[in-house]
Design a protein around this ligand. Structure first.
Ligand code: ATP
Ligand code: MG
Length: 238
């Protein structure tokens, strides 16, 4: 464990729709250290995705302090935030979100098109990322020609191709069968253990959570003290 990668203090998020206010996160305090594999659990609507998006700079908090990799993510300009995110944060979604008209190689190459790397350098990075997820033989396959588990592994390759410090995964195994889920979890564990990636993963699955080094629970927008589970979490999973 080392220096803090994410520092959150008194953070709240209120969504406003017409005259309604929906409090999604309330007074969150959380430090994530370099090398942690943090699992976020909690019932549907408890604010897990909202917190993930805010840490990744996809959404902004309503109030509170948030530093991620020494960037004031809550206040920095949109332009700078986009560049910061592209080089420091990788994101993996439940539904893979690959571009259907691009093959595996081209999907993984996308984040590198925003960098100054040459085509040859891009190729090296893309092949390294696809080899790491065990898909070096599938580079010309389109998403529709891949299984769900393979699609998610391409999505992980895309998330790590820029060598980000922080990897965010929102229910990465939610749409996968047990065996594909295990392969994805193994890759995430390896990225954490061997490549020192700091990982934040949302999951409903206690088995998936067992791959993490620490688990925190959200309930109604509040982060529960370490070691405490949300009251209705078990019912939600059933
Ligand atoms: N863009 C938005 N506009 C308005 N309300 C939102 C928006 N996004 C989320 N919310 C609300 O914020 C709360 C938290 O939502 P969030 O998506 O973070 O929950 P979650 O824990 O990820 O749930 P799930 O397990 O179902 O994915 C919910 O009440 C949701 O309706
Ligand atoms: Mg969610």
């Amino acid at each position: 464990m080392g220096k803090p990668v994410v520092e959150i203090q008194g953070l709240s998020k209120i969504f406003k729709r017409d005259s309604f206010e929906i409090p999604a996160l309330e007074n969150i305090n959380l430090v994530i250290e370099e090398g942690e594999f943090l699992c976020l659990m909690g019932p549907s609507g408890s604010g897990k995705t909202t917190l993930l998006n805010i840490i990744a700079g996809i959404d902004r908090p309503t109030s509170g302090e948030l530093r991620v990799l020494n960037e004031d993510v809550a206040r920095v300009s949109e332009d700078r935030l986009a560049a910061w995110r592209n080089s420091h944060v990788g994101f993996v979604f439940q539904t893979f979100n690959l571009i259907p008209v691009l093959n595996a190689f081209e999907n993984v190459e996308l984040p590198l098109l925003l960098t100054k790397l040459s085509a040859e350098e891009r190729r090296k990075h893309v092949l390294a990322a696809l080899n790491l997820v065990g898909l070096g033989e599938r580079i010309h396959h389109y998403p529709r020609q891949l299984s769900g588990g393979q699609e998610q592994r391409v999505a992980i390759a895309r998330a790590i191709v820029t060598d980000p410090t922080l990897l965010m995964a929102d229910e990465p195994t939610g749409d996968l069968d047990a065996q594909s889920a295990e392969e994805v979890l193994d890759i995430l564990s390896r990225l954490n253990r061997d490549y020192k990636k700091t990982i934040v993963m949302v999951t409903h699955d206690p088995h998936a959570a067992s791959h993490a080094t620490i688990t925190r629970h959200l309930e109604k927008g509040r982060l529960l003290p370490l070691g405490v589970e949300a009251m209705n979490e078990q019912q939600v999973q059933a």
